[in-house]
Write a protein that binds this ligand. Structure first.
Ligand code: AMP
Length: 214
């Protein structure tokens, strides 16, 4: 299955992707994770991307498209993948379509996870991630048993630099302007499906599975 997850920052794409990869045994390709790793490793790519990311803006299309092309060419993507956080602009979506039609393997589904703006703010400001295993928590909705410590691996939980309030506002504005139009883009291609991102993580996951099939 070749799947794109669409949705505003904080809609829960990453959380659902982590559950979907276990169920469907296909890799998650998160451009945000790839870029954060490049920043942490201090690579030339990371140095270029950091200022865009810190302000909540988008890294240039050419950079991100290059990363995704490289990743899609790897063997583990042959049986499918979940794209999480890509595409985020119309040029990225068009280029993805070009690349995939060249590989004769078009997308199956673009799944939009829809969440109200007020809820998004709360989710993003409360978000914490484990440095060790990347498990995500939310101090408002799904707090770890012990403050600041990952339930799964005991790792330290941190708040992403771009989850500060003013950066979040910018990220939500960027989403509205650049990424939300992709909902119409995929609708016009006839592959758009939507779920309401309300309720528990498991409820939303079950809705997604019923759309995608067992
Ligand atoms: P995310 O973890 O998906 O919220 O991504 C974190 C940040 O990485 C974004 O705010 C952007 O600065 C950058 N980023 C991730 N994916 C993309 C993309 N497809 N296009 C441009 N920038 C991206």
């Amino acid at each position: 299955m070749r799947l794109v997850l669409l949705g505003a920052p904080g809609a829960g794409k990453g959380t659902q992707a982590k559950k979907l990869i276990e169920k469907y045994r296909i890799p998650q390709i998160s451009t945000g994770d790839i870029l954060r790793k490049a920043v942490a490793d201090g690579t030339p790519l990371g140095k270029e991307a950091k200022s865009y990311m810190d302000s909540g803006g988008l890294v240039p299309d050419s950079v991100v498209i290059g990363l995704v092309k490289e990743r899609l060419a790897q063997d583990d993507c042959k049986t499918g993948y979940i794209l999480d956080g890509f595409p985020r602009t119309t040029p990225q979506a068009e280029e993805l379509d070009n690349v995939l039609s060249g590989m004769n393997s078009p997308l199956d589904v673009a799944l939009s996870v829809d969440v109200d703006k007020d809820d998004l703010m709360k989710r993003l400001t409360g978000r914490r991630t484990c440095r060790g295993c990347q498990q995500m928590y939310n101090i408002h909705f799904s707090a770890p048993k012990k403050d600041g410590v990952c339930d799964k691996c005991g790792g330290e939980l941190y708040q992403r630099d771009d989850d500060q309030e003013d950066t979040i506002r910018n990220r939500l504005d960027v989403y509205e302007k650049s990424t939300a139009p992709l909902i119409d883009y995929y609708e016009s291609k006839g592959i758009l499906k939507s779920v309401k991102g309300k309720g528990s993580i498991d409820d939303i996951f079950n809705q997604i599975v019923s759309i995608l099939g067992a």
